[in-house]
Design a protein around this ligand. Structure first.
Ligand code: ATP
Length: 432
């Protein structure tokens, strides 16, 4: 029978990483001859949750078990993860364990997963679900993510990420030539993604920070992800401890797809607004005020959306991102936007007050002439015609380096579910 194991919140701003704890845990369980089903899932949850350390990630591991007591098993897991989890800072780890003993349980877990990606779940709600479904949990707030990730199904879309681990102190010495890496990126394009931010000439696979993730390669083909990782390893001569390949929901945009679009703080949200006023905050971030909530906020460093929105006064714009309340008003913190209309402002000659035909100008400041009435008219002015007009629907997105984990990478449009072509059981070297 299959057993689902979820872990979350084992890291803090001081270091550590839930995925690293999963990596160590899987190694230990393999040593105990437990039958781990490849691949573990790296599940990103609501990107707007305020208590996350970085990317709001939880990890699910599936194990094929014979007779097992979930109660004893969770105790065993707790002992192992305690050795590897970050003990400084705000980590509030959680573990969840349950047997896949009925379909109804999986259906409910799937709903919990979708809610955790798009909304806020309370500890009480999780406790209630666990009582109902016979899920064993341990720990603090991390139990929310630990339970939610159990329901991950790569239904609409999914991707892969290989994370290589090692001593965080080696990060500062890594030297990978950007020209060589850019060549590799070209060769592996479509099968791997978000390796490099060409606009800012920045390699994106090396995260900074005190955690043990040395590099991460993402893609739609697990085989190409492994191959590119091996090349990076060989070329940059990085001394890693090992790596783990995950199946993930990253770069799929499902937080917006699953979203029920409820205007609530911390929810992903997509809507159409008309921008009526624009201002900058003290820190030069952009605020766009609309006819009614939500308003729109764009951090100045994210790239194009900030300038794009600044030029959208009076326009109708589709915006998506996460909701927060600021100064008593809802704001969408922008992930992307698309112009739906732009103003067409024309300066027109006025009409004749007697016959209504369009007047002819006699030159600047010299008044107008009506051909039909054969008279000169001086006390009229040119008129501004301000009409909304459909625009080409141009989309504006941040720099690739500013993408949150769940945001859909533009290169992936059209290749959703390509990942389904690979049997997870046939992937070599998924853990080393
Ligand atoms: P890392 O990326 O290194 O794993 P993190 O960014 O994932 O760090 P966590 O330390 O896991 O951050 O903190 C996120 C916390 O938020 C966890 O305790 C998790 O249980 C909780 N959480 C996640 N999603 C939701 C949600 N939708 N509603 C309420 N709590 C949530």
């Amino acid at each position: 029978m299959l057993l689902l194991l979820g872990i979350d919140d084992h890291d803090s701003h001081f270091g550590g990483c839930t995925t690293y704890v999963a990596y160590k845990l899987i190694h230990e369980l393999l040593k105990e001859n437990l039958n781990i089903i490849p691949l573990p899932a790296l599940v990103r949850l609501n990107p707007y949750i305020p208590f996350k350390t970085r990317g709001n990630a939880a990890v699910r591991i599936v194990i094929d078990v014979k007779d097992i007591s979930e109660k004893d098993f969770i105790e065993h897991i707790r002992e192992i993860v305690d050795k590897y989890r970050e003990k400084r800072g705000k980590a509030d780890p959680g573990i969840a364990v349950t047997l896949v003993d009925n379909l109804e349980k999986l259906k409910i877990l799937y709903k919990v997963y979708k809610k955790a990606v798009t909304d806020v779940i309370t500890s009480d709600q999780i406790d209630k679900i666990c009582r109902k479904l016979n899920i064993y949990i341990h720990g603090g707030r991390g139990k929310i993510g630990a339970v939610a990730c159990l329901g991950f199904i790569p239904d609409r879309d999914s991707t892969f990420e290989l994370l290589a681990y090692g001593d965080p102190s080696i990060k500062k010495n890594i030297d990978l030539n950007i020209q060589i890496f850019s060549l590799l990126d070209n060769l592996f394009r479509l099968y791997t993604f978000a390796n490099i931010d060409l606009e800012n000439e920045k390699i994106l696979i090396f995260p900074s920070g005190p955690d043990p993730v040395i590099y991460g390669v993402r893609g739609d083909s697990p085989l190409h992800v492994i191959f590119l990782s091996s090349l990076v390893q060989a070329i940059a001569k990085i001394d890693i401890e090992g790596w783990l390949l995950f199946h993930t929901n990253q770069a799929t945009g499902i937080h917006l797809e699953y979203s029920e679009n409820i205007m609530r703080t911390f929810n992903p949200y997509k809507t159409i607004v008309k921008i009526i006023k624009i201002s900058r905050t003290e820190d030069r971030h952009l605020q766009c005020f609309t006819e009614k909530d939500p308003n729109v906020f764009s951090y100045r460093h994210i790239g194009d959306p900030c300038t794009f929105l600044e030029k959208s006064l009076g326009d109708i714009v589709e915006v998506w991102g996460g909701l927060r309340i600021k100064d008593g008003k809802y704001f969408i913190y922008v992930e992307g936007c698309r112009k739906l209309s732009r103003r067409l402002v024309k300066v027109l000659n006025p009409r004749c007050p007697r016959c209504g035909s369009t007047l002819k100008s006699l030159g600047k400041g010299k008044g107008f002439f009506c051909k039909r009435c054969n008279i000169e008219i001086t006390n009229v002015h040119k008129i501004l015609n301000d009409e909304p007009m459909i625009s080409s629907g141009l989309i504006s997105l941040p720099y690739l380096s500013e993408f949150r984990h769940l945001m859909k990478i533009p290169d992936r449009i059209g290749i959703e579910r390509f990942s389904n072509m690979f049997s997870e059981l046939d992937i070599p070297m998924w853990i080393i």
